[in-house]
Write a protein that binds this ligand. Structure first.
Ligand SMILES: CC(=O)SCCNC(=O)CCNC(=O)[C@H](O)C(C)(C)COP(=O)(O)OP(=O)(O)OC[C@H]1O[C@@H](n2cnc3c(N)ncnc32)[C@H](O)[C@@H]1OP(=O)(O)O
Length: 398
């Protein structure tokens, strides 16, 4: 693609990039009023445009931190707003944007990048692998009786104005202990949520949960009313510090009148929702899907940021887009370093991301032909190496 130029856009070009992106999603772009609410999601210096005679493609990112297994936080570039005009697709425009963006991330010292993919075939070629997965479930409210022994939780406080949510929810989120796979939410993320809440067209409610040490969880929901059978509560966001806040929030949600079922989307795979109920089938899993796609931008720093278990192994990593990552890494409980030793396992950088978070067992990736091992027994050793306590979950859509 010799005739396409990729460059960083100025603030006065953000709206055109936004309109182009919405067009690629077949969505009406924001009105002037809506744009005022959402413009701050565009972080200056992080918006790319691809041009031939005019703007034909865009991709943006914003800065955050990713929590990795073990609890450390690493610099994360959260990628979104990716689109190429329908009359310019399949000519390498996205590829040019991705190469430019990843090189920029590496130059700026980002350790990882992540995104939510519109389709599953797009991003693997650029080194992104499925880093977290979610499930969508429906809770049948009248069957969902809490078991004796479920924590009683604390007090809940209803917040019904979006302006109040704007003040309260970021404060609560910042207090929560984040689990592996989660990310921080900064000034370039929250406006996207509140803009979406404004666009709901009906009432939006939030509840803040108060535990012994203050606010320790929140939930945001809307209700689709159906006068005949009772409405459907749509849970848009729910985060909590501990089991008591989790149970307290669900105790409240189940107590709301005129609701038949609660649709809880994008929840972590090992969140023990059905275990709260006398009838575990009161919680019905509808779908399990890829959530965030992770890209290790600085492989050595990423590997060093999380703990590993057991005997060291040598991983031979291939990264065609950021070749400085390609090479062999000795990884074990005693640390991480580059090496020339014979590799125990060979894998591409997208597969390394899938293993890194604990979202996938390496032996499953060996079985699928995505990891090549020196000996059959190595697969079990790689499983032991990456073992994590919980399934990673992002829980922050962008
Ligand atoms: C993080 C986010 O923002 S997710 C939102 C992504 N945006 C959208 O889904 C909006 C609609 N789609 C689009 O705008 C475009 O089709 C894009 C951005 C997905 C792809 O842009 P393009 O410029 O067509 O991609 P490009 O030509 O660089 O393709 C690179 C390779 O990926 C493949 N590819 C690109 N898009 C797709 C797709 N949707 N499905 C399957 N393969 C794809 C191409 O065939 C090509 O393969 P090749 O290297 O083997 O020839």
């Amino acid at each position: 693609m010799n005739d396409v130029v990729v460059r960083s856009l100025g603030d006065d070009e953000f709206r055109a990039a936004n309109a182009l992106f919405y067009g690629t999603l077949h969505v009406t772009p924001p009105t002037d009023e809506q744009w005022e609410r959402v413009r701050d999601v565009y972080q200056p210096g992080r918006v790319l445009g691809a041009f031939d005679q005019q703007l034909i493609g865009t991709a943006r990112s914003f800065d955050a931190e990713l929590v990795v297994p073990g609890g450390a936080r690493v610099p994360l570039a959260a990628v979104t707003g990716v689109g190429v005009r329908a009359d310019r697709t399949r000519r390498g425009v996205l590829s040019a944007l991705m190469r430019h963006q990843l090189t920029d991330f590496a130059d700026r010292g980002m350790v990882a990048a992540s995104l939510y993919a519109s389709e599953g075939e797009i991003y693997g070629r650029f080194g992104y692998g499925i880093g977290t997965r979610f499930r969508d479930c429906t809770v049948h409210r009248h069957r969902a009786r809490l078991r004796p022994g479920v924590p009683s939780g604390g007090e809940v406080e209803l917040v019904t104005s979006i302006d109040d949510m704007r003040r309260r929810l970021p404060e609560v989120y910042d207090r929560l202990p984040l689990r592996p796979g989660m990310m921080t939410r900064g000034a370039h993320w929250w406006p996207g949520l509140f803009s979406m809440l404004h666009r709901q067209g009906g009432p939006v409610s939030a509840v803040v949960h108060h535990g012994p040490d203050g606010p320790d969880g929140f939930a945001v929901y809307t209700v689709d009313r159906d006068a005949g059978t009772g409405g459907t509560m749509r849970l848009l966001d729910l985060h909590y510090a501990d089991a008591s806040a989790f149970a307290g929030l669900w105790r409240f949600l189940l107590s709301v009148d005129l609701i038949q079922e609660i649709s809880a989307r994008h929840r972590g795979l090992d969140e023990p929702l059905e275990l709260l109920f006398t009838d575990p089938r009161a919680c019905e899993t509808k779908e399990v899907l890829d959530e965030s796609w992770l890209r290790l931008v600085d492989v050595e720093s990423a590997l060093a940021a999380r703990p590993w278990r057991g005997e060291p192994l040598v991983l031979d990593v291939t990264d065609p887009v950021l070749p400085r990552n390609s090479g062999r890494y000795r990884v074990g409980s005693d640390g991480v370093r580059r090496t020339d030793a014979t590799p125990d396992a060979q894998l591409d950088v997208d597969v390394l991301s899938m293993v890194y978070t604990g979202a996938w067992r390496p032996s499953a990736l060996v079985a699928a032909g995505r990891i090549t091992v020196r000996e059959p027994t190595t697969a079990d050793r790689v499983d032991e190496l990456v073992l994590t306590r919980s399934a990673p979950w992002c829980g922050t859509f962008f």
